[in-house]
Write a protein that binds this ligand. Structure first.
Ligand SMILES: NC(=O)c1ccc[n+]([C@@H]2O[C@H](COP(=O)([O-])OP(=O)(O)OC[C@H]3O[C@@H](n4cnc5c(N)ncnc54)[C@H](OP(=O)(O)O)[C@@H]3O)[C@@H](O)[C@H]2O)c1
Length: 316
């Protein structure tokens, strides 16, 4: 059975079940996407490291045939139009390239992965292969596939790669309720760093603010946070509006003395605390300058304080 892609494939040109999919790595992401996609596309093989794990994934998805890459030869891989590589990031390159080198892909096939950090260039495709590569990164936390099935709709997905592949995948991901948007292949690392800032480092920032509170002697119960309402209001203001609507406080008002007192209080704290305070303060000063509430003179004074070198501070 040949699984060739039509040569010209406009995004909305294919209909339900006219294409087939193999999933390599049906864990949290693979299982969820296969379940959602199997209503629109024919799911052939579900390929995991072990066959029992692949069988469990098939049971969850309700479609596909299990394949254990550790116990079955690659020659037993069935053809498919689309190959989705959703094994852990560190394995995408080796597993993907092993699949490519197996000779089981056919001209016109698409191979893509779902990593945020890597681009489709991770796949080493022989120039003559006529196989299209892509990556699609869903901005979604897949900690529980069953609840992801309910919440996936509306998920923004960053897509890059060969045009023929991105057209098909854009359409497929729209069919399962995603909101795909293009990303430049070269910018994939910066894009991923931004998601880490918004998610992981937001947690770091919130934890740091809580540590500062404890250092200030505020005695709060283990699971309560006196900053909770402030955090929620600020996030809501930012998400409903923008940075200029959400920024309040001393840098927004241009209170130079308040910033000087914060910096003095941070002198005896771990140096990372002060570094974070000053770096983020500089960004706040840029936002404040667009709000035009603080005078340019006070913002300049604040910026000078925030950027004072350690040696200059010691000489003060
Ligand atoms: N988790 C998220 O929230 C999230 C969000 C966006 C994007 N992503 C991306 O999605 C991808 C998958 O992440 P995940 O969290 O779903 O990973 P995961 O839950 O750890 O699942 C990985 C799967 O890969 C399989 N696997 C491991 N080695 C393999 C091999 N050599 N050959 C074939 N299959 C193999 C595993 O099968 P066995 O059970 O047999 O070992 C497992 O089913 C990653 O690129 C990740 O960056 C994840």
């Amino acid at each position: 059975m040949s699984e060739q892609m039509p040569d010209q494939l406009p995004a909305a040109d294919w209909t339900s079940k006219s294409l087939s999919l193999n999933c390599v790595g049906a864990g949290l992401v693979g299982k969820t996407l296969c379940h959602l996609m199997s209503r629109h596309i024919q799911l052939n093989q579900v390929i995991n490291q072990s066959r029992p794990s692949a069988q469990q994934a098939v049971d969850f998805i309700g479609a596909g045939r299990p394949f254990g890459i550790d116990s079955q030869p690659l020659t037993q891989l069935d053809p498919a139009n689309i190959w989705m590589i959703t094994c852990p990031d560190d394995l995408i390159e080796s597993v993907g390239n092993k699949i490519i080198q197996s000779g089981r892909l056919q001209p016109g096939n698409i191979i893509f992965h779902c990593s945020g950090a890597n681009s489709s260039k991770i796949f080493q495709m022989p120039q003559s292969a006529d196989i299209y590569v892509a990556s699609v990164h869903p901005i979604h936390s897949f900690s529980d596939p069953r609840s992801s099935l309910e919440t996936f709709s509306g998920t923004p997905c960053a897509i890059e790669g060969d045009l023929k592949a991105t057209k098909v995948l854009d359409h497929l991901f729209q069919l399962i309720g995603a909101d795909p948007f293009p990303i430049d292949s070269e910018s994939k690392s910066l894009y991923h760093a931004s998601t880490v800032m918004a998610c992981n480092y937001l947690v770091s920032l919130l934890e740091l603010s809580k540590m500062m509170l404890s250092q200030a002697g505020v005695d709060h119960k283990k699971h309560s946070n006196p900053l909770k309402a402030l955090i929620e209001q600020t996030l809501s203001n930012y998400l409903i509006g923008d940075a200029q609507t959400a920024l309040t406080g001393p840098i927004s008002r241009g209170d130079v003395d308040t910033i000087a007192s914060h910096l003095a209080a941070l002198e005896n704290a771990p140096s990372d605390w002060r570094k974070v305070y000053c770096s983020l303060g500089n960004i706040a000063a840029d936002i404040s300058s667009k709000q035009s509430l603080a005078s340019p003179k006070s913002l300049q004074a604040i910026t000078r304080l925030l950027n004072k070198k350690d040696a200059d501070r010691n000489n003060d």
